[in-house]
Design a protein around this ligand. Sequence first.
Ligand code: SF4
Ligand code: MSK
Length: 619
Amino acid sequence: MEAVTAKLRERAVAVGAQTWEDRVKTQTPHCRFGEDGICCKNCSMGPCRITAKAPRGICGADAHAIAGRNYLRMIAAGTSSHSDHAREILHVLLSTSRDGNYQVRDEEKLIRLATEWDIPTEGRDIYEVAHEVAETGLEEFGKSHGTLRFVKRATPERQKLWHDLDIEPRAIDREVVTSMHMTHMGNTADAEALVRQGLRCAIANGWGGSMLGTEITDILFGTPKVWNTEGNLGVLEPDMVNVVVHGHDPAFSEMVVTATEIKDLVDYAKSKGAKGINVVGLCCTANEVAMRHGVRMAGNFLQQENVVLTGAVEMMCVDVQCIFPALAQLTECFHTKFVTSSPIARIPGSIYVEFKPETAFDQAKELVKMAIDNYENRDQNKVYIPPTKQSATVGYPCEQIIKHLDGVTNTHVDELGSYRPAIDAIKAGVLRGAVAIVGCNNPRVRPDYSHFEIMRELLANDVLIVATGCAAQLATKAGLLNKDAKWQCGAGLRRVCDLVNIPPILHMGACVDISRMMLLASGIARDWGVDTTQIPVVGCAPEWMSEKAVSIANYVVSTGIDVYLGIEPQVKGSTQMMDLITQGTRKLTGAGYIINLDPHELVKNILDGLEAKRAALGI
Ligand code: SF4
Ligand code: MSK
C-alpha cells in the first residue's frame, strides 16, 4: 500500500497538488503547549500557556484545570458530532411515508423500539408509529427531566453505578451544554470534576446520540446483513463513471447509491461511452453502504486524497465529518466534481447542494447525472488506478452475530437470542477474549501499520476482533475480513470461525456503530451473569485522531471496558489529568486508558489485560 501511495504522490507532484504528507511537514514540530493540552484561550485575557515560570494562567487556572477543560471540550465536540448526526436521522424518520423519499425498511426493529419506549403499536399504521418514535427520540436531546432512555439497556450493575456516581446522562444537548458551561472562564478548575463530566457527556453519546443514530438508521435503511464485497483503491473502475460517497450520514449516501442503480441513468452513462456507474464508499460512509448494499469500499481516512489522485473519479459527494477541506483544491487539479451537501460541513471551493429529505431522491439523481456528464472530461493521461483490492465479508451487527451463534447450538433463549456459545468458547479458553479495534488513521504514526500489526498478533493469540470505522477499512485492505484469512489465526480462533462460519474480524460498521459494540458487550455480560467490566473484552484505538474518538473512548471506559490507545491524549502537561485518565476513572467505573505508542508493546498490554480479567473470573 505504501508503494501505491508513493506512486500517487508522484502524480500529485506532477499536477502541482499538495497532500497531507506535505502539510504534515509544514506543521512539524507541533506546538508543545497544544500537544500537552496546556494552552488556554477560553477568554480574551489569554491565550495563557503553562510553563515552569508561569504555572498559572492570568485567572489562576493551573495546568490541570486547563488540560482538563480542553479535554472535556473535545468530548463535548465529539458527543455533538455523533448526536447531531442522530438528530438529522430522526428528522428523516419523521419525514417517512409510504410514497415519500424515505420509507421504513426494518419494521420489526421499529416495533421493538416502540415497545421498549412504551409507544402503542397495536392496530396502528406503521408510519404513525415511526413518527411517534421519531418525536420521542428527538425529545432525548432536550428533555427537561429524567435520564436517557437507552441507559436501561446497560447491565443493572452499570445503571446503578452511573446513578450512584451521578453520571447518568440527562438530555443529550444538556450534557454538551453543561460541559461547555463548566469550561467557560471562571468555572470548574477541578480536573476530577471535569473528567467526571466527560464520562457523563460521553455516555450521552454512546448510550444516547450514537445509539439513536444506529437504531434509527437500521429502521430507515435496514439492519445490516452479511455481504461479500471488496475494498481498496482498485475498486475504482477505469471504464465506468466513478462516484465516491464520503462522510457519515447515510441519509445522503443511501439516495446517491439508489440513484446510481436507476436503469435510465445507467443507460445514460452508457450513451456517454462508459460501461456503467460505479459507486464506491470512503471512510465511515463506506462502512454504512457496504453493510447495507455490498457497495465496495475505496479506503479509509488518510486515503481520501489518494482516491482523487487516481484521476478516475467523476464526483466525490460528501456529507459530514472527517472530510479534508483540502479536497476542494485537490479536485481542481483533476476533472473531479467535489459536492458538499450539509450546512454542517460547508467547504469553500465545493459545489454545494443542500440535501433535503423532501427532495432527496431528485437531488441524488441530478448529482449522478452531473457525474455522468463529467465522464468525458476525464483526462486519461492523469489516470492511475492501483490494481490493489481485497475481498471482504462485512455486516455483523449484534443481530447477525446472534444469528450465527444460534446456528451453532440451540441456545436461543429469548427474542434477543444468546451469546452463550461465545461465552462457552471464552470460558473454555478456545478464545482468550475479544477486542474491539476502532478508530481513525493518524499521520503521527505510520498509517495503518499499528492497526495491521495489532490485528495480526491478536488473531494469532486466539482473540476475536470486532472492528468499526477506519480500522475496519484497514482490515478490509489487509484481507482480514475475508473468511480465508483464518490462516492468520491461532488454532482456537480458527476452530470457532469454522464452526460459526465467520471471518476472524467481524465488521460492525461505522464509528457511530461503536454503540453496537456496547450492546454486544452488555449482552455478553448479561448472559454471563456479570458486569461489563468483568468480561475479557477490551477496546483499542491504535491510530485515533478525532474528537469523536475521545468521546467514544470515554463512553467505553464509562461502560467499564478498558481502552488501549496508540496515540496520547493531549493532556500530558498535567500529571493529574494523566493520572485521572489512566487510573482515576478506574476507581469510578472500573476501567481506564492504557497508552503505549509501540503497537507490539500495546498488544502485550492487551493480552495481559485479557488474561487478568480471565484470572479474576477464575477461568
Ligand atoms: Fe487565561 Fe484563565 Fe482566560 Fe484561560 S480562562 S485564557 S487561563 S485567563
Ligand atoms: S471516519 S472518526 S477517521 S474512524 Fe468515522 Fe474514520 Fe475516525 Fe473519521
